[in-house]
Design a protein around this ligand. Sequence first.
Ligand code: ADP
Ligand code: 5GP
Length: 188
Amino acid sequence: MKKGKLIVVSGPSGVGKDTVVSEYLKLHPEDVLSISMTSRPKRDYEVDGVHYYFRTKEGFEEEVAQGNLLEYALYNGNYYGTPKSEVIKRLEDGINVILVIEVQGARNIKNMLGKDALLIFVLPPSIEALKERLLNRGTDSMEVINERLEIAEREIRENTFYDYKIINDNLDSAVKSLENIIKNEINK
Ligand code: ADP
Ligand code: 5GP
């Protein structure tokens, strides 16, 4: 049986990765999103096991020690990682799995899987628009937003190893671009 494709979507915080991917998944329910593990505090609207598997810092380190993660990284002082259980069996079963992860994790996946992974970077139309989206989302303090914007500039500089870039200006166009990229790559 043909294996599934591992699709990595990265981009600065607030660019709209989760929004674009969730719109894509409404059109393609046959593909699945990998739920990550994190040690960052849960936001009010988030549900354990739905948005993330939430762990303490020590709990996360224990998962790492047990070899349960495919990749992990520190982002703004918190751990984030991809559980192997979210990915490996599904790929073997021919299901495409989407990871929404930051740049260090994406680089590790690329080093591990080479051409077997498809890496897509989502860009904002401008840094001002990015800041506005982070403010409008209303989930982070001003301090955290400023830290995320600083990380964003570094991520935008370091995104040279991605296979494709999408600008999320108009949401529908960004979703369409993601759809076209995945369709073309899968049919190769
Ligand atoms: P990320 O997952 O990259 O951190 P989100 O998907 O949470 O970003 O989106 C951040 C904010 O930007 C949300 O409030 C979302 O509704 C908004 N947003 C997403 N895409 C667009 C777009 N194309 N134009 C304007 N706002 C957008
Ligand atoms: P947030 O705190 O906004 O949910 O996520 C912060 C950053 O961590 C985002 O860039 C997000 O894509 C990334 N991230 C989420 N899950 C993972 C993961 O499993 N691994 C890695 N490396 N990054 C992740």
